[in-house]
Design a protein around this ligand. Structure first.
Ligand code: HEC
Ligand code: HEC
Length: 365
């Protein structure tokens, strides 16, 4: 697979320009742009705010249906999928933690210590590659990876046996027969149902979205200042491009950057090489996917290794250029923001809080 990382800088920069000048260009009609709202006393310059999400791509071989989504919802919450009955998908993607993980590094079935932090999964279906290193090319593949791998511990070779065991649960047996009449309950259909549910986890009605649609009062004055810094002086949108606040959107494979997290004081062979393990491109050494910042204020701890406890600390690291190492991206530099400006940036990120939560369904017996 050819790496897109060599062009990443140019691409991100052009994305940024597109967003920054969206107001001046002719644009698709669904993309709404907020006009500078009627003058707040603070006289903050407000950049245009892209609101509309791109259309979700649904795989042809896994169309959405209400029954399938309901089935996936149950499976997502069902710890019986795991090898020892202790872990459901939800165990590591919980409401209380912004639908990310609680501990810095995830702990899988059989208390297996894993090497990365559980990311927020709101809007995950808008990505085209999954995991911090993008190694899964579809949600379906990701679900099987989580289920067969360390997260749930079943083992890739044992998924069929596990599916057969779960198919003995009468409620599942009946529902699968209805939703997947030809196949019944198999690893593939389980992954398809879970993915169909995940495709409903869309977060697009935050304070930011209301602001972007023209409600000038949806953000506080401090948040508006933070938004201007996010788009302007802080140059955050170069990578965290709205409306998804990740650059992966619309870019096949997503974009990966080395911002230095997890490299400080470590020998090279102790460092998580991130995207490099997938692409074998030197430019991807210790580079990780740009996470979406939606729900970020609720999803501490931060980064792929969960090494940073607070949002203000995470913002400070990003605004002061990340952590130096042999491969750090030049796109991240010290933006010279004052303590007050850093506070405004963090306040703006609070405008990306998703209101909805995942609810616990009744599980089949
Ligand atoms: C033990 C904790 C744990 C469990 C259980 C778990 N996950 Fe995760 N999840 C993680 C971690 C950690 C990552 C990131 C791993 C990496 O990047 O290597 C992740 C990544 C993901 C991603 C990728 C998100 C992105 O933006 O790239 C999705 C989607 C996801 N999990 C869904 C699921 C589903 C579906 C299940 C159940 C089949 C599940 N998870 C079970 C911890 C867990
Ligand atoms: C060069 C691209 C780039 C730029 C510019 C950038 N970021 Fe990031 N950001 C990333 C990457 C990549 C990560 C994940 C790094 C990791 O975990 O190793 C990240 C992670 C984060 C996180 C943690 C999110 C989470 O869920 O753990 C926050 C918060 C954040 N960035 C905020 C900002 C802010 C605020 C700015 C502007 C001052 C900014 N970023 C600029 C690429 C960028």
């Amino acid at each position: 697979m050819p790496s897109i990382c060599n062009t990443a800088g140019a691409l991100a920069a052009s994305l940024f320009i597109v967003f920054a000048f969206a107001a001046c260009k002719s644009k698709p009609s669904e993309e709404k742009v907020v006009p500078p709202a009627e003058a707040p006393a603070e006289k903050v310059e407000m950049p245009p705010a892209p609101a509309a999400f791109p259309e979700l791509k649904i795989p042809e071989d896994n169309p959405q249906s209400p029954e399938k989504i309901a089935l996936g919802h149950q499976l997502f919450f069902d710890a019986r999928l795991s090898v020892d009955g202790t872990r459901s998908c939800y165990s590591c993607h919980q409401n209380e933690h912004g639908n990310g993980g609680e501990t810095p590094l995830a702990v899988g079935a059989n208390e297996k210590q894993l090497t990365r932090h559980s990311p927020v999964i709101w809007n995950t279906a808008h990505f085209e590659a999954f995991y911090w290193d993008g190694r899964a090319g579809s949600l379906e593949a990701q679900a099987k990876g989580a289920w067969g791998g360390g997260n749930m511990g079943v083992g890739a070779d044992n998924l069929a046996a596990k599916a057969a065991e779960l198919a003995k649960i009468q409620g599942y047996k009946e529902r699968f027969k209805k939703v997947f009449p030809a196949e019944g309950m198999t690893p593939d259909t389980i992954a398809k149902a879970i993915s169909a549910y995940e495709r409903t986890l869309v977060c697009n009605d935050t304070a930011y979205d209301r602001y972007a649609k023209g409600d000038g009062n949806a953000l506080t004055a401090e948040q508006k200042e933070g938004w201007a810094l996010f788009m302007g002086k802080g140059q955050c949108a170069v990578c965290h491009a709205p409306p998804l606040f990740s650059s992966a959107m619309g870019v096949p494979g997503g974009l990966y950057y080395n911002v230095g997290i997890g490299t400080a004081g470590k020998a090279d062979d102790q460092i998580d090489v991130g995207r490099y393990a997938v692409s074998q491109q030197d430019a991807d050494w210790a580079a990780f996917k740009v996470p979406s910042l939606r729900n970020v204020s609720k999803s501490a701890p931060y980064f792929h290794d969960g090494s940073v406890e607070t949002l203000s600390e995470a913002v400070k690291i990003m605004a002061t250029g990340g952590i130096a190492n042999k491969n750090k991206t030049p796109l991240l530099a010290d933006r010279g923001l004052s303590a007050e400006e850093l506070g405004s940036l963090a306040a703006f990120l609070g405008a990306l809080d998703c209101g909805a939560t995942l609810d616990q369904p009744d599980l089949p017996k």
